[in-house]
Design a protein around this ligand. Structure first.
Ligand code: ADQ
Length: 740
């Protein structure tokens, strides 16, 4: 608005200046013409009257002079003697302009005469002096004519007024025309720009005018950068917000997720029907709500015995079964592939390699072959599912260390973000794996590699530095190998908030009463709970030993305290897991035998898969939850327990060797190997006043609600989209890098 006013002031100012100049020029010219005109007319009149003038002068008759001044522009005429005396003058001759007022030179002129224009208060006056014919022997008399030139001034005034008026009209018309043209072109420009900017969100293909192309990428970059920054800094991540951010960043393009475990398993129920099982997996727990929020395709091993009965011709099934939102693409693995890739290399090799839990990794070259083979098959499946040449692919976990490299060969422009859900070991331990270099090289096919904690990022970068021909950029936190940069970033994983399972669970008081009844416990029984896959990294044995130590030290808890361990069978074909199951069973029996009595067996061991609603009931029924992992990337059970406790009661006892312990500092954090300390923490939990429980739980709930899984996914996907934007720009400026 202010710019428009400035523009108008400038326009009219310039026009007024031009009008003033033009009229001044015109007036000068008009005066010159008028002077020439009156001088000529004076000579004409004088020559016509010349003989009579001579006589009239001799006789002193003024009638002739009066006749001459009938011309309206002649104010007076007089005959001056050679000495400059006025001999006769017309009636009303202006006294101030008489013959005496003439300068000497005017009376001595030759035949050509003398002219002068004099400015006066009521306008200009022109004087003409001409000699009257005379005897040669005598000096001539002079005819003095006084012309009224005020009409020239009047005409100049009128001209000036009309000139200004004309310029004002021209100015107004010009301003109006300019503003119409500007408005129309602004509308069309902005409409075109809007169309171009919104093009990615519309199904229709939009042809982008050339003139917009440089501007367009700048504007898009700016908008995206602002959106990314806004999205990164703000808290309050929800599924809706994740959906909006991804819609803005991806324009409706789905993401591709590769994970070994599928989010829904179809199994036969034994009665001729099918049932859907939610697997016990932290990865599934975290990623499933994200896929619900942003859609796309999840590519996984189809491990259920009825999985391929429900897929279409391309091995796809829409999930979640109750309200389909995204595609699940199932891959069929042969028993040999499953054995070598999953049980062998992944779970007997990499899992113990990455966890410090005193389990020795086993590396067999046949398993390694299968691992690579299956990674290639998954890379092929991703390439088949990709709808664009540069899709965003989220590769999940240690089952797919080689996939990023293979995928880069097939889709050089893909943005590959690999998230490693388990710890990354120190370089000294990593070299135990005969193919450590290949694993690092495989992962460096990714655009971004993510871990739960900064410590694991540091281990990864250190290993790349020591084992590979690569360069670290510590400022950017990246590894550069063969000209390709891989960012290394911490993304602490979490759970959905509000938790859909917590929302679907009965209130804490009800769960408390029902669970005690179902387990046959008294209504006032103190109950501790442990929930895990039956895995040696979870420290289940140490947990039960801590309970034993507590009972040794606190006889007052005998008959009052129970500990329920829910343990989902996991990887049962692996000997280490089978023997763990046996050891845990034997330990529970020993403790029960040692302390148990009629009506009280302190350890309740439920070695079976539980669906999430049953687990959340247990969380709500318990007085404490003990997570005693010996090494754990994050541990979602701890966060689920916090999410379940909307009554603010219950105490979390948490191992210091979990990623979660870095966030949930209001838990009672313990070293699970230190049985005395762990038993003391269990006792402190049971004795903790309700107010303190509420304070601790409130604080942890605030944290988990903020640092939820949508934030985890949002931060990763925003980093991925930003990386993709940069790579798109780079590929426009230079040819696509050769695949390694
Ligand atoms: P997990 O080792 O599987 O995850 P965790 O994070 O604790 O460990 O998640 C386990 C999940 O399985 C939870 O959602 C839990 O409710 C569920 N579960 C546990 N016992 C169950 C049972 N008996 N029946 C049914 N479900 C059960 C890996 C890493 C972790 C990391 C996650 C996510 O080892 O460190 O937190 O991935 O990245």
């Amino acid at each position: 608005m202010r710019a428009a006013v400035r523009y108008l002031v400038l326009l009219f100012g310039s026009l007024a200046l031009v009008a003033w100049g033009a009229s001044a020029l015109f007036n000068l010219q008009a005066m010159e013409w008028a002077q020439r005109d009156v001088a000529a007319r004076a000579r004409l009149a004088a020559s016509a009257a010349d003989p009579s003038l001579r006589q009239a002068a001799g006789r002193g008759e003024r009638q002739l002079l009066n006749n001459m001044v009938r011309d309206e522009r002649l104010m007076g005429a007089a005959i001056c003697s050679p000495s400059g005396r006025s001999e006769i003058a017309s009636d009303g001759f202006p006294a101030s302009l008489g013959c005496r007022s003439l300068p000497e030179e005017a009376l001595r002129v030759g035949e050509e005469g003398w002219d002068r224009t004099i400015a006066g208060p009521s306008g200009a006056t022109h004087l003409t002096v001409l000699p009257i014919s005379h005897e040669v022997s005598q000096p001539p008399r002079m005819l003095l004519l006084v012309h009224d030139m005020s009409y020239v001034d009047r005409r100049a005034d009128t001209t000036r007024r009309y000139t200004f008026l004309a310029f004002a009209v021209v100015g107004l018309l010009g301003a109006a025309a300019a503003s119409v043209v500007a408005r129309l072109s602004w509308l069309s420009w902005t409409a075109q720009l809007r169309m171009v900017l919104l093009a990615p969100f519309k199904a229709a293909r939009v042809v982008i005018p050339r003139r917009f192309q440089p501007l367009l990428s700048d504007v898009r970059d700016l908008v995206s950068t602002l959106a990314v920054e806004e999205a990164r800094t703000e808290s309050g991540w929800t599924p809706e917000r994740l959906k909006q951010v991804l819609q803005r960043q991806l324009g409706g393009e789905g993401i591709l997720v590769v994970a070994n475990r599928e989010p829904y398993i179809h199994e036969r129920d034994g009665a001729g029907g099918l049932r859907v099982v939610h697997p016990a997996s932290g990865l599934v727990t975290a990623l499933e709500p994200v896929m619900r929020a942003c859609s796309g395709t999840w590519i996984a091993h189809g491990s259920g015995d009825a999985d391929f009965e429900v897929v279409d011709g391309h091995d796809h099934v829409r999930v979640p079964p109750e309200r389909p939102i995204y595609d699940l693409r199932r891959l069929r693995l042969t028993p040999e592939e499953e054995q070598g890739y999953y049980y062998g290399f992944s779970n007997e090799g990499l899992w113990p390699l990455c966890h410090i839990a005193d389990a020795r990794p086993s590396f067999r070259s046949t398993d390694w072959e299968r691992y690579q083979q299956v990674n290639r098959r998954f890379a092929d499946a991703v390439a088949e599912e990709a709808a664009v040449p540069d899709p965003i692919v989220l590769v999940q976990d240690y089952h797919f260390a080689m996939l990023p490299r293979y995928l880069r060969e097939r889709l050089p422009r893909a943005t590959i973000l690999t998230f490693w859900h388990i710890p990354w070991p120190h370089a000294e331990r990593l070299v135990v794996c005969p193919w450590a270099r290949e694993l690092l090289g495989g992962l460096l096919g990714s655009s971004i590699v993510g871990f739960h904690t900064q410590a694991h990022c540091n281990n990864f970068m250190e290993a790349a530095d020591r084992l590979l021909e690569s360069r670290l950029d510590r400022e950017r936190q990246s590894v550069i190998q063969a000209g390709r940069e891989t960012l290394v970033r911490p993304y602490p994983i979490s759970i959905d908030w509000p938790s859909r399972w917590a929302d679907a669970t009965a209130p804490a008081e009800q769960c408390r009463a029902e669970v005690r009844r179902e387990l046959g416990l008294p209504a006032d029984a103190l109950l501790g709970v442990g929930v895990d896959r039956l895995d040696y990294t979870k420290g289940i044995e140490e947990r039960l030993l801590a309970v034993e130590r507590l009972l040794e030290r606190q006889p007052r808890l005998h008959g009052r305290f129970w500990f329920a361990q829910i343990a989902a069978p996991s990887r049962a074909v692996i000997e280490a897991y089978r023997s763990l199951a046996e050891r845990v069973e034997a330990l529970a029996d020993r403790i029960n035998a040692r302390f148990g009595r009629e009506g009280w067996r302190p350890i309740i061991l439920a070695r079976r898969h539980h669906e999430p609603p049953a687990i959340f009931r247990m969380y709500r029924a318990a007085d404490l939850c003990y997570v005693s992992s010996l090494d754990d990337g994050m541990n979602l059970v701890a966060k689920e327990f916090v999410a379940a406790r909307d009554d603010l009661h219950g105490v979390l006892v948490l191992s210091q060797f979990t990623g979660a312990a870095r966030e949930l500092t209001e838990a009672l954090v313990v070293n699970p190997y230190d049985l005395d300390a762990a038993a003391a923490a269990l006792l402190a939990a049971l004795d903790m006043p309700l107010e303190e429980q509420e304070d601790r739980m409130r604080s942890m709930r605030t944290l988990v609600s903020e640092l939820n899984v949508y934030r985890w996914a949002g931060k990763m996907l925003l980093d991925a989209t930003r990386t993709r934007r940069k790579e798109r720009l780079a590929s426009r400026l230079s040819p696509v890098a050769e695949p390694r």
